[in-house]
Design a protein around this ligand. Structure first.
Ligand code: AMP
Length: 592
């Protein structure tokens, strides 16, 4: 269905678009030329200010701020190692555990621990660091795409549910925190960074109302839109899907100048009142482009001045590239930055390159970075300035907020250098089996979900003998597909369709809260599907692997598949398909 379209990439104009841009580019040059000295300073600052914290005292750092002492005394840790301290902070302990600066809130990562989002402590000044990184993006982009001050960006940006920890600290995703901050809300006017979406629409926590208002504004201002984006590819595809489902109502609102009564949020209604005026001509245009349900090139057709898509398509998002090419008619896709709840890492200095060539330059002022050569022991960590081209590393972080030698879980490959700063290709996140958008399901979670669901089969004298999985993103929203080979011991009482549907729901109930939130609050993941395959299918799968050189002794059933011949084999053996009949349970409150 999708054709890869060769995109014509603009060549860099290579002169800063303004004095402000020149300063930002100069800053990038300074940081990338002096990577090692900046890193040394950052570590000195972090250790100096946090010398009196419980954590650093525990390892007898005794006020030392040099790399050698730090590396010899402080252990490399995972989230689980520091979870007891995190829990104490969440419960209200205000003593300086990780940081002498008060923990301002928790950022809830899309990475989970025991089914719940990881809680990352942050301090107020981190907002400045995040904003600093954001402020570098447009100056780089302006080198490649001139004239972005002559129009607007249609960005679909969202906030998510917030909760409070037992001790009263806010816990919310990093972008929700950023969009709610004065840094974002009262940002000074910048002609290169004007959005079609009003703050009121972005800050509306109801995802339908927020999306509706943002899409409506995007349509109303269609002539001004020069770039279309979302944070991740999945978010932009959700927006296109939303247009497919709601264009009639949107066109009606534009034609009549009245707002869909489903939009009840008062600030959104108030700001839309000022923006929405009857415009039958535009309504007709939207109708003309949408009513035939031909969605190829829809982005270019509705927003004809769009120069590029601003959307991350690296890592788990690469699966969406062909679909985005289809909807955009091959517009370039710019992956501008690499960031996480723990820390914003860096930016892409060549943002108009092909998705497969994207590299991120880590900015040495953001945190202290170390690199664990992939597969090595934690005693062999390498500094940012010392990584080697071609090698893969796991990223380890020490932050101003107090994370010390923390394993992020990302695997990066060094592809080259900009000045003295290494540039990294994002390879993958460790231990992620299935992902549709921000959800990350690992092998243990999948196994646990299968076990819970198969309990429902017990009374039918049936068990799951083998399984594998697939993230089906061909349709929007994408959904998890689980292939099951069953052993039905008594065919007279084989599990019914209804039982297998309930198995789907039971699996969903067992998956982590990010998955369930995407299903329930965001509608960004569709109902989980179980495909029962014929007996002997998994044996055939093994035969196939062996025919391609796998060792019989070491063969393991792949717990996730995407290779076309294997998918074809599995799909040709499907005897029945079942879908989750309901939504799993999810509330913003944490279970633990
Ligand atoms: P979160 O903590 O929920 O903000 O997720 C952060 C994670 O998202 C990172 O550790 C990466 O695994 C992934 N991520 C963020 N930015 C990118 C990017 N530009 N390309 C690929 N993966 C990314």
């Amino acid at each position: 269905m999708f054709m890869a379209v060769e995109s014509t990439l603009p060549t860099p104009v290579r002169t800063p678009a303004s004095d402000k841009d020149a300063k930002a580019l100069q800053f990038i040059e300074e940081m990338t030329k002096n990577v090692d000295s900046v890193q040394e300073r950052v570590l000195r600052e972090i250790l100096g200010r946090n010398a009196e914290t419980e954590y650093l005292k525990r390892f007898s750092l005794n006020g030392a701020t040099d790399r050698e002492t730090f590396k010899s005394r402080i252990p490399v840790v995972t989230y689980e190692d520091i979870q007891p301290e995190i829990q104490r902070i969440a419960n209200g302990d205000k003593s300086p555990i990780f940081s002498v600066h008060p923990i301002s809130e928790f950022l809830t990562s899309s990475g989970t621990s025991a089914g719940e989002r990881k809680l990352m402590p942050t301090i107020h000044e981190e907002l400045d660091r995040r904003q600093l990184l954001y402020s570098l993006l447009m100056p780089v982009m302006n080198l490649y795409v001139p004239g972005l001050d002559k129009g607007k960006g249609l960005y679909f940006l969202f906030v998510k549910a917030e909760t409070k920890t037992p001790g009263g600290l806010l816990a919310r995703p990093v972008l929700t925190s950023y969009y709610n901050s004065d840094h974002f809300k009262t940002r000074p006017y910048d002609p290169f960074n004007v959005y079609t979406s009003p703050n009121e629409a972005i800050l509306c926590a109801d995802s339908f109302q927020s999306m509706y208002a943002q899409m409506l504004c995007g349509l109303i201002m269609r002539d001004e839109v020069l770039r279309v984006g979302a944070v991740f590819a999945s978010g932009l595809l959700r927006a296109i899907h939303f247009l497919q489902n709601n264009w009639k109502q949107l066109a009606h609102d534009i034609a009549t100048g009245t707002l869909n009564p489903k939009i009840t949020d008062a600030p959104v209604r108030e700001c839309m009142r000022k923006i929405l005026k009857p415009n039958p001509e535009l309504a007709q245009l939207v109708t003309m482009e949408c009513y035939e349900e031909n969605w190829e090139c829809i982005i270019k057709r509705i927003w004809p001045r769009t120069k590029y898509l601003d959307v991350i398509v690296t890592g788990a998002m690469a699966q969406y590239i062909p679909t985005l090419e289809y909807y955009s008619g091959g517009l370039p896709m710019a992956c501008t930055m690499y960031a996480s709840s723990e820390c914003y890492f860096g930016l892409n200095l060549n943002p108009m390159c092909k998705p497969s060539e994207v590299t991120y330059t880590i900015m040495p002022n953001m945190a202290y970075f170390e690199f664990l050569p992939h597969g090595s022991s934690t005693s062999c960590l390498v500094d940012l300035a010392d990584v080697e081209v071609g090698k893969e590393y796991e990223l380890i972080l020490t932050t101003y907020a107090g994370l010390c030698r923390y394993r992020v879980g990302d695997i990066l490959r060094v592809t080259g250098f900009h000045n003295a700063a290494p540039q990294f290709r994002f390879i993958r996140r460790k231990n992620v089996l299935l992902s549709i958008e921000s959800d990350k399901t690992d092998e243990a979670e999948l196994q646990n979900a299968i076990e819970n669901a198969s309990l429902l089969l017990k009374e039918f004298n049936t068990s799951v003998v083998e399984y594998t999985s697939y993230a089906d993103t061909k349709q929007i929203p994408g959904h998890y597909v689980i292939y099951w080979e069953l052993l039905v011991k008594d065919s007279a009482i084989a599990p019914t369709d209804d039982v297998l549907n309930r198995c789907c729901l039971q699996m969903e109930e067992s998956l982590n809260s990010v998955y369930r939130q995407s299903r329930v609050a965001d509608n960004s993941i569709g109902p989980l599907e179980i495909r029962v395959v014929e007996n002997g299918t998994f044996e055939e799968l093994m035969d196939y692997a062996i025919s391609r050189g796998a060792s019989i002794n070491q063969y393991k059933v792949p717990r996730c598949v995407s290779f076309t011949p294997i998918m074809e084999l599995l799909n040709s053996r499907v005897v029945s398909k079942h879908f989750s009949p309901d939504l799993p349970h999810w509330t913003p409150e944490r279970r633990r």
